[in-house]
Design a protein around this ligand. Structure first.
Ligand SMILES: Cc1cc2nc3c(=O)[nH]c(=O)nc-3n(C[C@H](O)[C@H](O)[C@H](O)COP(=O)(O)O)c2cc1C
Length: 213
C-alpha cells in the first residue's frame, strides 16, 4: 500500500516536470544540436550574395544577435575598435545603397539591412598613444575584418546572407551617419536572404599560398 502511494507520488511528480518542461533542458539541447548547422556547413554555404529576396524582413533583435557575435572576436590588446552603423529604415537604406556604386546598388536591392563598419583609429596597434610597430592603424583594420568575419559567419549560421562591399563613398557615409573623424570607415555589409544560388568562387590551391617549415 505504502509502495503504491510512493509510486503514484513519483509518477505525479514526473508528469508535472514533463508538463512544465523542467526536465526538458536536455531535450532542448538535443533539439538545438540536431537543428544546428555545423561550422563547416556555415563556412561552405557562406557566399557573397548579390541577389536578395525583397519579401523577407529582419528584425532589430535579429541584427543585435549577430552584432553580439562580433563582441566575441579577438582584437589587439582587447581594444575592440570596431563600430557599426545599422541602416534599417527605408530612407537610410536607400541613402546607403546610393553610396556603394551602381553595380553594388543593383546587387543589394531588396536587402533589408545595410551596415557600415568602422574602427576607432589610434587604439589597436597603439600603447600609450605610441604606435607599437610598423603596422600602425592596420591593426584596427585587421580587428575590424575579424569582427566582420564573425558577423557574416554568425549571419549564415542563422540562415541570413551578406555581401561585404569595399566600394563605397566614405565621405558621404561619414556625413550620413555623423561618423566622427577618429573612425576609419571600412566596409558596407548588406544583410538579407538570398534569392537563388550565389556563384561559387574559385580558390587558389592551398600550396600556392601556404608554406610549411
Ligand atoms: C574587403 C572586401 C571588399 C569587397 N568588396 C566588394 C564589392 O564592393 N562588391 C562586391 O560585389 N563584392 C565585394 N567583395 C566580395 C568578394 O568579391 C568576395 O568575397 C570574393 O569574390 C569571394 O567570394 P565569396 O565571398 O562568395 O567567397 C568584397 C570582399 C571583401 C572581403
Amino acid at each position: 500500500m505504502k509502495n503504491t502511494r510512493v509510486n503514484l507520488l513519483f509518477a505525479a511528480v514526473l508528469a508535472f516536470l514533463m508538463l512544465t518542461g523542467c526536465s526538458n533542458k536536455e531535450n532542448n539541447v538535443e533539439t538545438n544540436t540536431t537543428n544546428a548547422v555545423s561550422f563547416d556547413e556555415v563556412l561552405a554555404s557562406r557566399r557573397s550574395v548579390r541577389s536578395y529576396d525583397a519579401t523577407k524582413t529582419i528584425s532589430e533583435a535579429e541584427v543585435r544577435e549577430l552584432l553580439i557575435a562580433t563582441q566575441e572576436a579577438p582584437s589587439w590588446a582587447n581594444q575592440q575598435p570596431s563600430k557599426y552603423y545599422v541602416a534599417m529604415s527605408p530612407e537610410k537604406i536607400e541613402a546607403v545603397a546610393n553610396l556603394v556604386g551602381e553595380r553594388n546598388k543593383q546587387n543589394i536591392a531588396g536587402a533589408p539591412v545595410l551596415i557600415v563598419s568602422t574602427y576607432e583609429k589610434g587604439k589597436s596597434g597603439f600603447f600609450r598613444g605610441e604606435q607599437t610597430n610598423e603596422v600602425g592603424d592596420g591593426w584596427g583594420a585587421y580587428d575590424n575584418g575579424l569582427s566582420n568575419a564573425y558577423f557574416i559567419l554568425k549571419a549564415r549560421s542563422k540562415g541570413f546572407d551578406t555581401l561585404i562591399m569595399g566600394m563605397r563613398d566614405s565621405d558621404a557615409l561619414r556625413e550620413l551617419f555623423n561618423i566622427p573623424e577618429n573612425e576609419a570607415i571600412m566596409a558596407v555589409i548588406s544583410l538579407g536572404y538570398r534569392s537563388g544560388e550565389p556563384r561559387q568562387p574559385e580558390h587558389r590551391p592551398l600550396d600556392e599560398v601556404v608554406q610549411f617549415f
